[in-house]
Design a protein around this ligand. Structure first.
Ligand code: GRF
Length: 191
């Protein structure tokens, strides 16, 4: 039995990616433990974690607040759980140098487009506006840039003629959940 991988998951939204990880762990399909869930707001994902008895923390980044201080606080909050892997699963904030220095190499993110196409916060909308026929999702290692880190895994999703942002994003997320679970499954602690 492989040793359980200790994961901290960061979220900002509904947390269905988080739920996919938790469900796979529950059914024995993933030798990992979500040791904590963090967010930058009171999100549905926090409620999901609480209902499973997983420790949570919420660190909002308020307008005008010192970003570097927030970044340090985030790193401190994550570090206390001594994770092997930190997963940004729909966490809509960019971390800073301090966080990356501490967790670089073991901090991954998932993005609803085939990077390097359509980086940023509106990937699905941008792909639709560009008229692409195929988009998808990417799991990558986070670096200092906006969605620029080394790509770990990708999968394509067709854009259908009547897709809007919501329908396309929902189909992407179905694939994204599976892809993220696969990457975590294949993650080796020692690189
Ligand atoms: C995912 O598509 C993620 O890539 C994006 O936000 C979505 C998160 O979905 N940044 P959920 O909150 O896990 O349902």
């Amino acid at each position: 039995m492989p040793e359980s991988l200790k994961c901290v998951v960061l979220i900002s939204g509904t947390g269905t990616l988080l739920q996919a990880l938790l469900d796979t762990i529950d059914t024995g399909g993933l030798a990992a433990t979500v040791v904590a869930v963090g967010a930058d707001r009171q999100a549905e994902g926090i409620t999901r974690a609480t209902s499973k008895g997983i420790p949570t923390f919420v660190l909002p980044l308020r307008k005008g607040q010192d970003r570097e201080l927030w970044d340090r606080d985030l790193a401190t909050a994550v570090a206390q759980f001594e994770p092997d892997l930190v997963i940004s699963a729909g966490f809509m904030k960019l971390v800073g140098t301090h966080f990356l220095t501490q967790f670089g190499g073991k901090f991954i993110n998932t993005h609803p487009a085939l990077l390097p196409s359509f980086p940023g916060a509106h990937a699905v909308r941008d792909a639709l506006e560009a008229g692409v026929k195929v988009t998808g999702c990417t799991v990558f290692a986070v670096d200092e840039g906006i969605d620029t880190g080394p790509i770990i895994a990708q999968e394509a999703v067709d854009v259908l003629p009547h897709d809007d942002e919501a329908t396309l994003h929902e189909r992407i997320k179905i694939v994204e959940r599976r892809l993220l679970v696969e990457v975590v499954k294949n993650w080796r602690k020692d690189g």
